[in-house]
Design a protein around this ligand. Structure first.
Ligand code: NAP
Length: 221
């Protein structure tokens, strides 16, 4: 389903501790939620045409971003990576010929760009003003046939999507575990100065997924 301005429907997915952390301070995040919740999350991936992560998540986690759901195609994997830090030996690059891998970047013509293209990665140049333009990226996705996008983090990328007003639904997996105040936040800085600016959501559903909770929220404008 394409929504306003031909952009995909955008779902933000958070998998956090009870205290809203997605990783330890050193980046270790495997695993915060249970295998049951992660399997549930892979079905959520399969319901979307594309899955996006930030360059830090791609670097630290070296994810595959596959669904592993029998009979379901893997979505396009998307990385927001302004300087093309993505490792040529990463799972995303090594499997780019099997499962489409798009990288949004500001640089598209240097040696690293050529090496990524040679491995089958599709690069899209967008403007960069304190972070790549998400508006341009989602418009390109819509034009490329992507009708639904799941943003999996980390917290910096999630915050940017929220700040840009580019979200429709939020799926929150919450595990009964505490990671402490030095852990990494699930939503990065929003630079709010007034409670009127707080991002308000409407809770639509709460499911128990094993010992974890799965909450679904819709945007309130
Ligand atoms: N629990 C979970 O389910 C889960 C899920 C995902 C991630 N994580 C964890 O989250 C941590 C990484 O999160 P993070 O917040 O540090 O980083 P992140 O959101 O993964 O990546 C942020 C980086 O993406 C790039 N970027 C490009 N355009 C952007 C834009 N418009 N807005 C935001 N970022 C943009 C920037 O790097 P450049 O300037 O180099 O382009 C930026 O520093 C890791 O420890 C990972 O394990 C956990």
């Amino acid at each position: 389903m394409l929504v306003a301005n031909q952009r995909p429907k955008i779902t933000l997915k958070l998998a956090t501790s009870l205290d809203g952390k997605i990783a330890l301070a050193n980046g270790d995040s495997q695993w915060v939620t249970s295998e049951t919740a992660r399997a549930h999350g892979r079905h959520l991936r399969a319901d979307n045409d594309a899955i996006a992560v930030g360059a830090n998540t791609a670097e630290i986690d070296n994810p595959r971003l596959t669904t592993r759901v029998p009979g379901r195609a893997d979505p396009v994997r998307v990385v927001f990576d302004s300087t093309l830090r993505l490792d040529l030996g990463s799972h995303l690059v090594e499997t780019a010929r099997d499962t489409p891998t798009w990288v949004f970047t500001r640089a598209g013509s240097d040696a690293k760009a050529s090496a990524l293209r040679d491995k089958g990665v599709i690069l899209h140049a967008v403007s960069d003003q304190n972070g790549l333009s998400l508006k341009e990226a989602v418009t390109l996705m819509g034009e490329g046939g992507i009708r639904s996008l799941l943003v999996e983090g980390g917290g910096t990328l999630i915050a940017s999507f929220i700040q840009a007003g580019l979200y429709d639904t939020l799926h929150w997996y919450r595990a009964p575990v505490l990671l402490g105040g030095d852990g990494r936040d699930c939503v990065g800085a929003l630079s709010l100065t007034n409670m009127d600016q707080a991002v308000r959501l409407q809770r639509m559903k709460v499911n128990e997924v094993g010992h974890d909770l799965h909450e679904i929220y819709e945007r309130v404008d």
